[in-house]
Design a protein around this ligand. Sequence first.
Ligand code: ADP
Length: 960
Amino acid sequence: MYKNAFMQQSEENKDISALDIDNFSEILNTQVNTIDLLIGELHIGVYIFNSQGEFLYSNIIIQTLTGYSEQELKKMKFFDLVYTDDKDFVRERGFSKIKDGNGAVSYDFRLISKTETIIYVRIAANRIFIDNQPVVIGFAFDITDQKQTKEELEQSRTNLMEETVFLTELIVASPEAIVVTDKNDIVNRINPAFTELYGYTLDEVQGKNLNQLITKNQEFVQATDISKEIIKGNKVNLESIRYRKDGTPVLVSILGAPVYINNEIVAVYGIYRDISERVNTQNELLQSQKELSLLMKNMPGMIYKCLNDEFWTMKYVSSGCKLLTDYESSDLINNNNISYKTIIKKEDITVVRSTIDDAIINHTPWEVTYRIRTKNNTTKWVREVGHCVANEAGDVQYLEGFISDYTAEYKAFEYKKTLFKISDATIQTTSPQQLYNRIHTLLADIIDTKNLVIALYIKETDNIRLAYIADEKDSFNEFPAGKTLTGYLIHSGKSLLTNEESISQLYEEGKIDMVGSPCESWLGVPLKIEDETIGAIVVQSYDKNSIYTDEDQQLLEFVSEHLALAIQRINYEDNILKQKEKAEESDKLKSSFLANMSHEIRSPMNAILGFTELLRDSDPEPESAKEYMNIVINRSKDLMGLIDEIIDLSKMDAGIFKLNESNIFVNDLLHELHAFYQIEKKKREKTELDIRISLPANTDNLQIFTDVSRINQVINNMVLNAMKFTHNGHIEIGYSIQDDQLLFYIEDTGIGIPYDKQAVIFERFRQVDESHTREYQGTGLGLSIAKTILEKMNGKIWVKSTPGLGSTFYFTLPISSSNTAVVENKKSTIVSEQKNISHKWDDKLILVAEDDHTNYRYLETLLRLKKVKSIVAEDGQKAVDIVRKNKGISLILMDVRMPNMDGLEATRQIRSEGYTMPIIAQTANAMSDDRELANDAGCDDYLPKPIKKDQLYKLLEKYL
Ligand code: ADP
């Protein structure tokens, strides 16, 4: 390519190539030498080439420059030396010069030396004619150095420009606010971030004092000082407040530094970064760190890091350690005073160890619950969650985790479990003893029950019976509730959680007596069924003070509720069982009753019939006749008594049993009865018996509002029983005034009652001896009737008896302020009335309304004995008629049941006609409520049939 081009050129310069070489060389040499001489030491390369470009001449400078010798050059063409990229342009210039010769040309190009280095040359060439031959003579200067310097300069200029652009870009794009000021803080330039941070545009700040723009007061002083520092050549780095254009402060980090040019400070730059957020975040972080450390401090547990060695040597424990274990963290760290293993309860170490070991093997965290013993010697349940930290090789480095106090939860959990079991037991168990045992076992798991008592309260006797007792020191069976602590609890009906000190206080206040061994902790809760305290559950400790808590109290209350229900249930089931047994027994009793009845009826009937026949048929001596008649009368009375009892029972069963209450003087009643018993004992041939009454002082005026005949019946039953079962000694009748009731007693020194029979004798037909061969007569009804009567009166009846020594029957009658009155001027008593009988009745006429002639005869005889006249009316109508006709009738004895018109109707009629004489109803109808009906009809009083002589006379005394 090169050759062809050159050849092309050769064509164009034909004339030069046709030079006569030898001749030409000579001329050339001459001329060149001249030039060389001219140039001398100027270090300029000189060369000549012909129209083919072939070197004709080159001086030593050219040879040095190109690295070729003169000979070598002569074989070369000028263009062989030109650097490829420059060839076209050099050729163009070179040939055009040869052709045209239009003056000198000068230009630069690159030359390739023999060693292939590029050399920059500047040539100046012109066409000259030597020997008429056009040749080109050129002068070449090595401008490589010059060129390089220029290039470097240009490069550095370009670099500078690039750098400037880059820096500008950087400054513009920088998120940090940048400002450049002169040494006097006058702003030269700012970047957009500055505008963004402070709100100032370039126009607003350029040429102004920076510190005046973005500082105030003390910051201004500070900023001025900083500027001075920077101008001294120091870099400044600080955090401070600066102000935005709108006056709002902003917390910034500031970097200020001088700008040097040629070691001289020409400007100052400042870089600002808004750090409010960072500071906020830092503050928040700091705050949350504080909170975290506070939390850790206050956390009711401890964080630990320990070795997995035998002692679990602690390397770190948080301050919660103190609260949990009572030890300081420093006690535990490195086993300084104690190792953690020593704190764990011995029995629990194995489970802790195996749990942790298993977790380590399985690469899982662990959770384990166990007990520790604190420095203060209390046992706590703790829950530990932890994990092991291993290195890359899998070796355990240490264990870390969190241990918290689990006592409350554990207790609550255990409580729940126990409560569930107890409630289950109360449902499942059928025998109270079994239930008490089970409750004791279950409670022992959660509270100290070394001493546990389940007490049942016997209200009647105010006694406490220990149904269950587990006690280290004392052993009781039954004792008076009195002022014992358990009694105090039962009487108050409220739980009592106390300790030795408080117990002593109760004692000093006189609320309790010290009974049994003194204890240090005591907790009792009442057993209640529908608000009635039936007993108590008590736990106590003789050696540990105040060990029971409110929670324990709640627990026991729960237990007591369930136990009470269970007792109720068991009682209920027991009752059903008993009722079943009773029903079976009652069957037996019925037959035995019938046998008894038949005996009780037959024996008096035999006597009555036997002796009346004797009276009728054997015409006995007056002495014997009187004796026979007495027997007949007494046996008839026995029969009447039996019939009365049976009728009472029927009334009670039919629900028509009512009380007729009135105010009575208690002492008078007892005096009257006492007099009666003196007579009775003679009749019964018990004259040895001392029958006495014992009355409280100052009670002569004491009245109660009650049914006197029923009270008579109750006392009679008990006293006559006492007579029956007492052969020598005494019978004492008395009473005392309790808070709101009278407590009567009938004490005897008789045969007594076996303990197992003391309850059953109050049941119908029940007797101590229920055999057919029994020694004592009786129906077994008296006490059950007495019990029903007293219950009707809101009273109670019970017995205390020692077999062989005697019995005391008690009964209570409530007194209320309304029915108790102390009357100043007491009426004369019945007894005194009896004593002062002095009647004058011979002028009195009594109408006896009675359809039964025998009955009339009986009454008529009784009246005649008192010298009272009488007339008879056979029915009600006749009675009314007689009253209308006969104005002198003083009193009417009105039979209730009569033909035509009954007594009640007749009474109504008589009263309606305005007659006011006393009318006394007489009836044998024991079942109906005669007294009330008679009152309603207008009768003044009532006389039950069979009419007793004394009763009749009493009424006559009252009304005539
Ligand atoms: P009764 O006397 O007619 O048999 P009660 O109901 O009055 O019927 O008495 C029931 C039983 O109680 C008597 O049979 C007797 O066994 C016993 N009892 C009652 N009072 C006494 C007493 N004072 N001493 C001993 N036993 C008594």
